[in-house]
Write a protein that binds this ligand. Structure first.
Ligand SMILES: [Zn+2]
Length: 73
């Protein structure tokens, strides 16, 4: 038991490898689109630009609207 602890302590620490930008870029674009969609639903899903009929989405993100300072009521 103690021998295994000493063996693992003698190994050099694993070094993190950076993620290449070519592999990271699609996920950055995807995350940005998700954030823009969330910003749309929080800030503009109301009235003439409404995609979902009714007030369900508006009520669901209502606290987020006030937190981000969008005009509401
Ligand atoms: Zn409000």
């Amino acid at each position: 038991m103690t021998q295994a602890v000493f063996d693992s302590a003698a190994q050099p620490a694993a070094q993190p490898t950076p993620i290449p930008l070519r592999e990271l870029l699609p996920w950055v674009v995807f995350g940005g689109l998700l954030l823009l969609l969330a910003l749309y639903f929080v800030g503009a899903e109301q009235g003439a630009t409404s995609l979902v009929p009714g007030m369900y989405v508006h009520e669901f993100v209502h606290d987020g609207r006030h937190l981000l300072g969008f005009p509401c009521h």
